[in-house]
Write a new protein. Structure first.
Length: 179
């Protein structure tokens, strides 16, 4: 279960999509087939699979609609953004909108995290957080280096940082932009 599902979900959640290149999400429909030790018919298993597939497609369509709505909102915000970061008041799927946008000035997306504080994501491959904070031994060292006391997390790949406040998230972007 960990190998086939948990690690897959965790990789997506932590923006570590390079681990998904050879990974196939579990075939939930196949999981509905009767096991050797079950006493159910193929017809019962098929009905179970149909119910699962129906629920999956409802969720998939809901996700697709939300993504299209987010793209529209984010493209409008990107069109008017003059900073090197874009602030969103909540987490939204942004990757497709960024690819569709002509705004090459925006290098970071900041949004209110679902967990705690604010996420700061580097959205351009050429724009990662500085090695000095990414490679810091622990978060306290990264805080000392940046001067940002409420820095919560620095991703080891340099693509994601988290802070307690929006002000600190913006301060982190400005720190990272200093060369």
């Amino acid at each position: 279960m960990d190998n086939e599902l948990i690690q897959y979900i965790d990789a997506v959640d932590n923006m570590q999509t390079e681990y998904l290149e050879n990974k196939i999400s579990p075939d939930f429909i196949k999981l509905c087939n009767p096991e050797w030790n079950e006493n159910i018919s193929e017809s019962e298993a098929f009905i179970r699979a149909l119910k699962l597939a129906d629920e999956f497609w409802n969720l998939y369509i809901k996700h697709a609609i939300a993504e299209v709505e987010a793209i529209d909102i984010i493209l409008k915000k990107l069109e008017n953004c003059q900073e090197c970061y874009l602030f969103l008041d909540k987490e939204m799927p942004y990757k497709k909108a960024v690819k569709l946008s002509n705004n090459n000035k925006v290098k970071y997306i900041i949004f209110k995290s679902r967990r705690e504080g604010y996420d700061v994501r580097a959205i351009q491959d050429s724009c990662k957080f500085k090695n000095e904070i990414v490679q810091a031994d622990d978060i306290n060292v990264a805080r000392k280096i940046t001067g940002i006391k409420d820095l919560l997390y620095v991703d080891v790949r340099g693509k994601l940082c988290c802070t307690n406040t929006l002000e600190s998230a913006i301060e982190l972007v400005k720190y990272n932009e200093k060369r």
